[in-house]
Design a protein around this ligand. Structure first.
Ligand code: SAH
Ligand code: SF4
Ligand code: F3S
Length: 457
């Protein structure tokens, strides 16, 4: 069957979609780029904010409209929203055949076959607390066909599922279930297969990746140990990881980053707020001064480290003073970049249950813009400090704006885009043939988002 798959949400969802596509292609299906000619339309969804869910509701609304016309398609809702809303999705949208939570994606092939025979179905994870083994879902990652990874030079690898932190605002622990770490041998085998097929940059994924902790038969493998196990894999030139949590980001991880040459000196470790009062209400598990200490430790052990953050503005009860503390944290942290989100109450979370969403939308918008403006200044200073340096860039390919910039004088050259080991976006002129390779680029200019350079000899 022709399968169209649209993905919303985080990196974890993108990886899930990639693995789902891999499994479906191995089962004989064909992935297509246009939903209109497809036999099966799948949405891999996100519940993290209201806005993310609205997009999927509008897609399903459109599907309802086309219902009467043309061929009958199989429609499936996968991922976090599927887990959160379950059968309600089928009740609300008659066109939906399959509802499949993120812990059941390995069953999708069967679900599609059954739906094709007229038997739509809902497959969800048990509620939290009814723990089940991760052995079944492991097959989704392990069955991955390295030849079907979209990029020839880089790939994502899951090291853990779920989250046990229960930040008061966050739906993730409810939809992604309890924290479970994959066997280190399974992770290593997957990394080796990807590297053997040419991917030299691997990014390890987890909701709180630094809390990776695998135990069996008396041994315990923590995240720093895992880095130590993966780093020696021949041909692995860059080893990265996201997203980190400030609690449990111990010195052994920083030392691994300092001592292992291919572990990239980049940490995305969201503070969420700079105010103790808000951090407490968010149940983040650390104070502002503990976060400051983490940054100081990171910079002391890994002087070249580059940091990035996330912030939520307009959390219930957030005052102007709390907001200023977040702005001040951005100024002091030197973050390369931050993602700033407006608080969105999520049903079932403690914050939604106990705290009134009392910061008006216009105030959230203003605070959002203010933090973005502060971060833009800090980002510009960070990027400008790179001017004059030569950085190694993993070239992704032509920059999306290539056509506009190409001049007759540089006919054989395109504007290329790639990333430094510190996650800087770097743009420079060079032949298309550099895609997927490493180039040394000397930086001559910078904006708050991008470094501009020339190929160094
Ligand atoms: N596991 C990661 C990512 C979680 S979701 C982590 O803990 O950092 C990504 C980001 O979405 C979070 O860092 C947070 O800034 C934001 N977010 C999560 N829930 C939110 C909510 N209810 N409203 C607004 N932003 C939210
Ligand atoms: Fe959500 Fe907090 Fe877990 Fe991140 S650490 S996924 S913000 S509960
Ligand atoms: Fe969204 Fe689920 Fe990721 S809620 S942020 S797709 S874990």
């Amino acid at each position: 069957m022709k399968v169209y798959l649209e993905t919303f949400g985080c990196q974890m969802n993108r990886l899930d979609s990639e693995l789902v596509a891999s499994v479906l292609v191995q089962a004989g299906h064909e992935m297509v780029r246009d939903g209109r000619g497809a036999d099966v339309v799948l949405y891999n969804t996100c519940s993290v904010r209201e806005h993310a869910e609205e997009k999927v509701h509008s897609r399903l609304g459109e599907q309802m409209h086309r219902g009467g016309r043309g061929r009958r398609m199989i429609v499936g809702v996968l991922g976090c929203m599927a887990q959160r809303l379950g059968d309600d999705l089928r009740k609300r949208y008659a066109c939906v055949d399959i509802v499949c939570g993120p812990g059941r994606l390995h069953e999708l092939g069967d679900l599609i076959a059954e739906a094709g025979a007229g038997q739509g179905r809902v497959a969800l994870d048990p509620r939290r607390g009814e723990r089940k083994s991760g052995a079944d879902i492991e097959s989704l990652d392990s069955a991955r066909d390295a030849d079907l990874v979209p990029s020839a030079s880089q790939a994502y690898v899951r090291v853990m599922r779920g989250c046990d932190k229960f930040c008061s605002y966050c739906i993730v622990p409810f939809v992604r279930g309890p924290e479970t770490s994959r066997r280190p041998e399974d992770v290593a085998a997957e990394v080796r297969r990807l590297v053997d097929t040419g991917r030299s940059e691997i990014t390890l994924l987890g909701q709180t990746v630094n809390s990776y902790n695998f135990s069996d038969g008396g041994r315990t493998v923590r995240f720093g140990d895992l880095l130590g196990m993966l780093s020696p894999i021949g041909g692995l030139r860059r080893l990265r990881f996201v997203t980190s949590h400030p609690v449990g980001f111990d010195d052994d991880i920083l030392q691994a980053m300092r001592d292992l040459p291919n572990v990239c000196e980049y940490i995305h470790c969201p503070p969420q707020s700079g105010s103790d009062r808000v951090l407490g209400a968010m149940n983040r598990g650390y104070t502002r001064s503990e976060y400051d200490d983490f940054i100081a430790r990171a910079r002391a052990i890994v002087p070249s480290v580059v940091l990035a953050g996330d912030f939520i503005v307009g959390f219930p009860g957030e005052t102007e003073e709390d907001h200023s503390a977040s702005a001040e944290l951005i100024r002091r942290s030197g973050f390369k970049n931050s993602f700033i989100f407006k608080y969105s109450p999520r049903d079932g979370t403690t914050a939604a249950r106990r705290l009134a969403d009392d910061v008006p939308l216009d105030v959230k918008k203003r605070r959002n813009n203010e933090l973005l403006a502060v971060q833009a200044e800090v980002s510009l200073a960070h990027h400008r400090a790179m001017i004059g340096r030569t950085v190694e860039v993993l070239v992704e390919g032509p920059s999306p704006r290539a056509n506009r910039q190409a001049s007759p004088a540089t006919k054989d050259k395109t504007q290329l885009i790639g990333r430094s080991r510190w996650d800087h976006i770097v743009v420079f002129d060079g032949p298309d043939s550099l895609a997927g390779t490493y180039a040394d680029v000397s930086v001559y200019d910078a904006t708050s988002l991008t470094l501009f350079g020339r190929r160094a000899r």
